[in-house]
Design a protein around this ligand. Sequence first.
Ligand code: PMP
Length: 408
Amino acid sequence: MAHRLFVAIRPPEEISDLLIDAMDDSPEFRWQDEEQLHLTLRFVGEVDRPVAQDLADALTRIRSDQFQIRINGVGRFEQRSSGALWAGVEPKAPVAALATKIERIYGRRYDPVSEITITTGATEGLFAALTALVDRGDEVVLFQPVYDSYVPAVQLSGGRPVFITLRPPHFRIDWDDVRRAVTSRTKVIVINSPHNPTGTIWSRDDFTELERVLQQTGAVIIADEVYEHIVFDGARHESVARYPALAERAVVISSFGKTYTTTGWKVGYCAAPAELTALIQSVHQWIVFAVNGAVQMAYADAVARDPECAGVTAFYQRKRDLFLSLVAGSRFRPLRSAGTFFQLLDYSDISNAGDEDFAIAMTRTHGVASIPLTPFLHAGETADRIVRFCFAKRDETLTQAADRLRAI
Ligand code: PMP
């Protein structure tokens, strides 16, 4: 019997499968050709940037006896030494480095043990937080286009997603919509800045509005900030952690995957006041209990060495600028990305086709893959003529892709 989730939600793999079918059909593709693979499959969302050497080196520096160390979910190190179990908070644990980093950048001090949780990617943090907070019948306010993992997690807990639709070209939040959506039944509001898939970011004014809207409610904020270091044009990342009245009721979720180009290592974290963290950890410990200790230690080093990650910001700024300049001569209209490594392009001057058909046809005919917005939309909302490109690619790949886009 099909699980009820798969009745309600179109799994994102389905669109990837359609794109792969389109590539199979396409004379543009030669699967043996590595460049082709970069242009296509990897154009969809994967980052094509090597892992920083010092992060990889940090893994090799870990002594074999240290691999015995298990770092549990709350960042306590446990080590068997001379037969006795030694347990304590290691000052070099990633939770300690993260507490220092977050305080330095966003001005809020989280206790490393009772307020920070290392998770299996942001995905597990989001799932643990939503599962811990949402009960049957609770409403969860979501902004759509919405990142794909939120809705299934809400529905698995028996919660009811309430959607606020952001509309092109700016995808700005209409605060009247938010006032209508947030009620006494709202248990959680999930926010995501920088935003996947639109590349928009929240401003200070947005947070002032959010504070007003939530004043009379008990709603908890889950803030997905995985792209915190990928913001452009000198903008400052507005973490919810900067806003004390909001941070009191917020779970901040981030991921080492985006910042360190290590999406496959699957390590992220949640920072939240102790009471909320206790709830999250009560779920987290039964999902994974602990996250890869050796990798956590490598990240601890990297976080302590360079909390600001200015190089990451500069790297993606240059990529976005390059991609925008390369598509400037095309009939695609860019909706300028302010953050993330995604760039939306409006194709309404080229075709009237729906976005899924357009993405598949473009893959098949021109050999450049993109992601339509339809899979990010729910509740009968239809997408505009816009597709999402990933510019976290080698310059040659971007140049080749843009050559083809300009020819369309
Ligand atoms: N949130 C958003 C908005 C994302 O784009 C992603 C990754 N695609 C995640 C969460 C998941 O992050 P992780 O890989 O650390 O699980």
